[in-house]
Design a protein around this ligand. Structure first.
Ligand code: 5GP
Length: 114
């Protein structure tokens, strides 16, 4: 199990506002929301970055994306739209090295991102 902050959230050693959980995926509100809805979806398997994922993680990655999309639909933000973001390593702006998908919704997003 990952010894990162998010590993501790999975093990309930660090509190988080958990809004989604299934066998493979946990979703919790970002502590510093960048949109009215900002949820982080993480695999319970401790992959540090998307660069660490391999072919046998394909099903898990699919479940991760579907969890985020399903949550957005359930929250009623899918029709207006939303953004899913995966930051990878330094240039991607990744700060927590347990793979996570940001779900950002509730406002119009800008492009290109900063
Ligand atoms: P990254 O920059 O790695 O893509 O995203 C890490 C995210 O984790 C950031 O959006 C940051 O606000 C969030 N975060 C950092 N520490 C905590 C925490 O203790 N609890 C929660 N819920 N989110 C956190």
């Amino acid at each position: 199990m990952s010894d990162t902050l998010f590993g501790k959230i999975i093990r309930r050693e660090v509190p988080a506002d958990i809004v989604y959980e299934d066998e493979d995926v946990l979703g919790f509100n970002d502590i510093s929301p960048q949109a009215p809805l900002h949820v982080l979806f993480i695999p319970k398997k401790p992959l540090a970055t998307i660069d660490d994922a391999r072919a046998d993680d394909a099903l898990l990655l699919g479940r991760l994306m579907l969890a985020a999309a399903g949550y957005a639909r359930a929250q009623g933000v899918a029709a207006d739209g939303y953004r899913l973001v995966v930051n990878c390593n330094a240039h991607g702006g990744q700060t927590v090295f347990h793979l996570h998908v940001h779900l950002l919704a509730g406002r119009r997003m800008h492009w290109p991102p900063g």
